[in-house]
Write a protein that binds this ligand. Structure first.
Ligand code: ITT
Length: 194
């Protein structure tokens, strides 16, 4: 089975990606390769940040790898927090701080449209590839649900009455931005093996 490193320090993402890969790929974590690096994400787009993370691990450890960068883009506030989603409420802030700031900024706004977007950068066999996934939805007025992570309690995907944090991991992993991007990556890697 194809082995590939997923360059993330986010344990929730690792769990999601392993569930989405569904045993078709062997996904190694950064701790599996004994990497405890803090990788600075100073790109100005999701694509650039995904490449920065993947490139760092490829150059330092030599493994074929991929990295994900994800942002929440909210239309009424100029597509913020976007590439700054992780540090929206400041450096080292918590997901709760980020959601509280977002709900404050959205107070009284009638346009609640938002989307999650994921860029995955893959460095494999000396080549670089990018895969994307996105899902549209809306920002609700108050947090609901306890599954998932990050902004999931305030994001309700189109076609659902529940937030990502209410629909649960299994359903989220069928429809999410990350699932769409990851399925493209898995199809690519598996077709290469044929
Ligand atoms: P790595 O860079 O180590 O992969 P990270 O948590 O820093 O992990 P990102 O920069 O991609 O990852 O995350 C941007 C922010 O968006 C961060 O606050 C996450 O909690 C949030 N986020 C990412 N994916 C999400 C998802 O599927 N649902 C809700 N929030 C998400």
């Amino acid at each position: 089975m194809k082995k590939i490193v997923f360059a993330t320090n986010n344990s929730h993402k690792l769990k999601e990606i392993r569930a989405i890969a569904n045993g078709k790929l062997e996904i190694l974590s950064l701790s599996d390769i004994e990497s405890y690096d803090e990788i600075e994400e100073n790109g100005s787009t999701l694509e650039e940040n995904a490449l920065i993370k993947a490139r760092f691990i490829k150059d330092k450890y030599g493994y074929d790898c991929f990295a994900d960068d994800t942002g929440l883009e909210v239309e009424a506030i100029g597509n913020a927090p976007g590439v700054y989603s992780a540090r929206y409420a400041g450096e080292h802030c918590s997901p709760q701080d980020n959601m509280e700031k977002l709900l404050r900024e959205m107070t009284g706004k009638l346009n609640r449209k938002a989307r999650f977007r994921t860029a995955i950068a893959l460095l494999c066999n000396g080549e670089q590839h990018l895969f994307e996934g996105e899902i549209n939805g809306r920002i609700i007025e108050e947090k609901r649900g306890s599954a998932g992570f990050g902004y999931d309690p305030v994001f309700q995907p189109d076609g659902y009455d529940q937030t990502f944090a209410e629909i649960g991991d299994e359903q989220k992993n069928k429809i999410s931005h990350r699932a769409l991007a990851m399925n493209k990556l898995a199809d690519f890697l598996l077709s290469e093996d044929e």
